[in-house]
Design a protein around this ligand. Sequence first.
Ligand code: HEC
Ligand code: HEC
Length: 326
Amino acid sequence: MKKVMKILGLVLGSVVLLLAGFCAYVAAVGVPIYDPPAIPKTTVAVTPSRVVRGEVIAQIQCMSCHTDKDKHLTGKYLAEVPALFGKLYSKNITQDKEKGIGNWTDGELIYFLRTGIRRDGSYAAIMPQYPNMADEDLQSVVAWLRSDRFPVQASKQEPQSSELSFVSKLLTHTLMKPLPYPQSFIPQPDSNDLVALGKYTADAIGDCYSCHSGDLVDQDKVHTTKTKGYYGGGIEMVGEGGQKVITANLTFDEETGIARKYTREQFIRAVKSGVRPDGSILKYPMEPKIVLSDREVGAIYDYLKTVPKIKNDIAKKNAELQLVEK
Ligand code: HEC
Ligand code: HEC
C-alpha cells in the first residue's frame, strides 16, 4: 500500500512539475511563432465592383475593429473583449508603408486573412480568420484595402501594442491555432438557394456564429456547424460603459430561441437597424448591419430555421445579471 502511495505521489509530483514547467514556458515565449509560410503569388485586380463589395464586408468586419476616432483604419482598443484576455488593440491597416500595410503583397494579405499567419510566421491570434469566405469576396476585401476610399488612406498613426493576459497566451498554445490555407477554390454560394446564402452570410461574412455560440474561444472556424453551442448564444461580453451583455440564442428553440419570436421582416429590420420590434435598442457589441441587403439578412433567418435547436434561456441569465449588478 505504502509503495502504491509513493508511486502515486511521484506521478502526481511529476505532473505538477510538468504543468508548472509548461506554464513558465508559455509565460516566457508568449504567442508561438510558426515557420514563415509559402505565400501565394497573386495580384488582385482593383475593379469598381470589387471595391463596392469589399466595402460591404469591411463595414461589418474590418471597420468595426480597426477604425479609430479619425475614421481611418489606424487601429483601436477593443473594449468589448473581457478583461480575462488582456488589453487588446487592433493595428494600423491603412496604406501607409511604414505603420500600415502598404508594404504587404496581395498574397500576404490573403494568406493572413485565411490563416492568421504573417509572412514572418508570427501569429495574430486575436484577429478573426476568414477560412470560408469565397475567393472572389476575399479579393474584394483586398481591392477595397488598395482603393482610394477614405478609411484606407495612409496614416502614420502608431498602433498600440496588445498586452495579452497569461490566459490568452496559454490559449495560443492549446485551443487557438492558425488555420490551414485552403487547398481549393472557394466559390460564392448559389444565390438562388436562400438557405445556402444565409449560412454563407452568417458564418463566412457576418461571423455571427462566433458571438452567438457557446464559447468565444472553443470554436470550429472551418466547420462552423461543429462549434460548441452553435447559435445557442450565452457568451458574456463587455458592452457600453463596461456593463455585461449576453449574446442572444438565435436558434428556433420553442421556449428560449430568440429568432423564433421575430417574423422574417422584423428580423431583417432588427439586424439592419439595431432596433427590436418592441422598440428597444440592441446593445453594443451587437452593431446594426445596415450594409447587408434585405435578401441576405432574410436568408440568414431562413438558415437559422434549419439550425439544430438549443435550449438556453438568455432572458433568465440577463435577469440574474441585473440582480448581481444592483
Ligand atoms: C474582432 C476584431 C477584428 C476584426 C473584425 C478584424 N480585425 Fe484585423 N486585427 C485585429 C487585431 C486585434 C489585430 C492585431 C492582432 C495581433 O497582433 O495579434 C489585427 C491585425 C490585422 C492585420 C495585421 C496588421 C499588422 O501590422 O500586423 C491585418 C492586415 C488586418 N488585421 C486586417 C483586417 C481586415 C482586412 C479585416 C476585415 C476583413 C480585419 N482585419 C478584421 C482585430 C480585428
Ligand atoms: C460582436 C459580437 C456579435 C456579432 C458579430 C453579432 N452579434 Fe448579434 N448580438 C450580440 C449581442 C451581445 C446581442 C445581445 C444584445 C442585447 O442584449 O441588447 C445580440 C443580439 C442579437 C439579436 C437580437 C436578439 C434579441 O434579443 O431580440 C439578433 C437578431 C442578432 N443579434 C443577430 C445577429 C446576426 C444576424 C449577426 C450576424 C450578421 C450578429 N447578430 C452578429 C453580439 C453579436
